[in-house]
Design a protein around this ligand. Sequence first.
Ligand SMILES: [Zn+2]
Length: 435
Amino acid sequence: MYSLRMNRKQYKWLLLFALILTPFFVGFGYYATSPNFETQSSQNEATDAVAEKPVIEEVYPNKVKPGSSLYTTLTELGVDGVTISQLVEAAKPLSDLSRLRPGVAFQLQFSEGENPSLEQIKFKFSSLDILKLSKSEAGEWKATQVDVPVETVVATYKGMVSSSLWESAIEADMDPNLTADLAEIFAWQIDFAREVRVNDRWRLSVERRMVHGKPVGWGKILAAEYVNAGETYRAVLFQENGEDIGYFAPDGSSLKRIFLKSPIKYGRISSRFSRRRFHPILKVNRPHLGVDYAAARGTPVRAVGDGEITYAARRGGGGNTVMIRHNSVYKTAYKHLSGFGKGIRRGKKVKQGQIIGYVGSTGLSTGPHLHFEFYRSGRFVDPLGQTFPSADPVPAGKMALFKSQLPQMVASLPQWPDMSLSMREPREEEKSKGL
Ligand SMILES: [Zn+2]
């Protein structure tokens, strides 16, 4: 019924949304970071050489006017109809000029002399997307994509949490998209919906892509650090021949875990694992051998790890239930689902993070929630009390390369000011709120 499959971009916005809406604490503005945007030249010498050249930015003085077509706009500028159709025809393999949207900037170049004729036209769709049409001596029009020189610099940001991670990023004048990237890098270490604390601090370095000295977008976060409740987590990007291998801790261990911290992205834990609990429906003391997450009906439920579906059907008081066998040791179960994910059937393989169902209230349940169970060697265990092993570390054969990149990556992080004076203890009510 619910098809909430998300692509990466949608997921990112959902994450952002959650970061905005999640109230962490009400804190006082006791520590204000100054805007922390600092650019440094990239480590690459060739890039530095480019940076030193005078920046000449081309001018695109003309625009396709709103309510007007390219034809009308160009005719008004003295281009004849035949030429316009030739331009549209020549551009076809690269761009459909007949459906050009208003606002697109362009520049014209005419021949010199008594009867100037159009020799070249360039359309600027974006800083990185420029189309050039030029006329050859034989009078033929040829379209080419202009190679825009993109320069990469390193930008750094740092912040401290006084109310929320989101707020601290705004304080640091950082693009909210990067907040989501930061949260994603440490998603296995920190549950950013529940575990962010006052005085948490973070810093990161990120590639910023520039064209003619102006920022046009972000590259990758190169290194990041998040200090959560006094515990420091670090991540560096490991690349080989320009390809990303992934984020790793400085010792080469993976930041990813075999299991996600939670099968629901932003659920609130409503009932913990307990060997003895009063059952709200059965009105008897009964162990609660799982963790309950309160979440809206239809919230996607994710497989916490790779595995094989061993059960996907109705099952007594558990209602719609999915069970996954991850390996010879671990199994998980997800209950009270309103429905199953696409293609979720017994015998199917699933990937970590894959949507296996949606929160509901089927079976013996007082309201929409997910009942989540973890089994280790056939016995119920408390998933919140487990430290699960890391996913694969840097491969042994690549460790030397990783170690050679490490100092530069770590050095790209911005320095901390001396914060010993501005730190304060969280107030009592803040402490308890976080628990
Ligand atoms: Zn439960």
